[in-house]
Write a protein that binds this ligand. Structure first.
Ligand code: UDP
Length: 373
């Protein structure tokens, strides 16, 4: 079986890493990896390829940063000759990025089978870029790898053919489980930063709807100004650009109990998360990972495509500073009880065998199933 895996951003690299490594070793699988270059800086891409010990990337489209549709168009343009040459049985894409969309569209156009990992997530906000990508990629995929029963139901409700849907769990489970072990053995970041375990908050925020919107970004900064616990905030390059543009970086830098860093390596990030008191985040991946490292997360968004964790691991609080601070104070006050509950509550994302199941399913299909419903 000729398998092409396409990825282009930090979360895709992380969540496809276990599958890529299995496929690279599997007899009868001819694997090729294509990087679109959507994330191109060392701190968001190359470092993850190295740390997660991924095999050699055969092709880098090097698309770089640009307006969304130009980026998708440039990726399709770059991917087309590569897929024509590689002639894959299946192209695997993951998640909801522009790379996911471009990979799926190009593969579909050339008649290769399209396999979507993390299919069926929906936040039901049709204006959100990621939602557009998810819905479109699911619609043109031949094989839909759903992480949870909720994602299966979402696709059935949209009329997807049941036979194309495979509930396998989320690949993040196996990646984080191994990553946490490695982090505990090798990362000294908590000590290095002079932090006291379980006494600080780890913050991430980078999504377009938060950081490109000046009032929302200002609200987040206001909330951080009002939080009294020590905080660490690895700032995504996109966020940093907007902070500068909206003249908020110096406000953030002036918060005495806040430490700003560059984006962290995966193992340092997991170690900081594991030992934190809680997280404040708009990240999708972190909403899943927190179910493995057992920390509550205050989700600074208006909706989520990961309802499985709501009310237990996380709460969606929006961008209002009062709501963010109130959620942080509640977790801080009830911390011991919350952590006890989290340790009793299994992750909704499966048993850590999603990558194995995905590979087995693709190997068992000699070619994509015929398209019907
Ligand atoms: N992450 C990391 N270093 C950081 C911040 C995040 O390794 O400084 C990891 C985090 O553990 C998660 C992933 O990056 O696995 C999340 O990526 P991101 O928030 O960019 O994307 P999303 O999950 O929202 O699609």
């Amino acid at each position: 079986m000729k398998l092409v895996v396409i990825f282009g951003t930090r979360p895709e690299i992380i969540k496809l890493s276990a599958l890529v490594k299995l496929a690279a070793e599997a007899p009868g699988v001819d694997l090729e990896i294509i990087h679109t270059g959507q994330h191109y800086s060392y701190s968001l891409s190359e470092r993850f390829l190295e740390d997660l010990d991924l095999p050699h990337i055969q092709v880098d489209i090097a698309v770089g940063s640009m307006e969304r549709l130009d980026q998708v168009r440039k990726m399709v343009h770059g991917l087309t000759p590569e897929l024509e040459r590689a002639r894959p049985d299946f192209v695997v894409v993951q998640g909801d990025t522009n790379s996911t969309l471009a990979g799926a569209v190009t593969a579909r156009n050339l008649g290769a089978g399209v396999a979507h990992v993390e299919a069926g997530l929906r936040c039901f906000d049709p204006l959100m870029t990621e939602e557009v990508n998810r819905v479109a990629v699911d619609r043109i995929s031949d094989v839909l790898f759903a992480p949870t029963p909720v994602s299966v139901q979402n696709m059935l409700a949209e009329g997807h053919d049941r036979a194309r849907i495979h509930m396998v769990g989320n690949t993040v489970v196996e990646v984080v489980t191994l990553g946490l072990e490695h982090a505990a053995a090798h990362s000294s970041i908590v000590d290095d930063m002079g932090l006291e375990p379980e006494a600080y908050i780890l913050v991430t925020a980078h999504r377009q709807e938060n950081v490109d919107d000046e009032p929302r970004l200002r609200d987040l900064v206001t909330a951080l100004q009002r939080i009294e616990l020590p905080m660490v905030y690895p700032v995504h390059p996109r966020t940093c650009e907007r902070m500068v543009e909206f003249e908020l970086l110096h406000v953030l830098e002036a918060i005495p109990n806040l430490t700003l860093t560059d984006p962290l390596s995966y193992f340092d990030f997991l170690e900081l998360a594991r030992q934190s008191r809680m997280l404040i985040s708009d990240s999708g991946g972190i909403q899943e990972e927190c179910t493995i490292f057992k920390r509550p997360v205050v989700v600074v968004r208006d909706c989520t495509e990961r309802p499985e964790i709501m009310g237990v691991y996380g709460d969606v609080v929006g961008s209002n500073p009062h709501a963010i601070v109130a959620a942080v104070q509640r977790i801080d006050r009830d911390y011991a009880d919350i952590i006890a509950v989290l340790h009793r509550t299994p992750t909704p994302y499966g048993d850590g065998k999603a990558s194995e199941r995905i590979l087995e399913t693709l190997q068992a299909m000699s070619s994509p199933p015929p398209r019907g419903g």
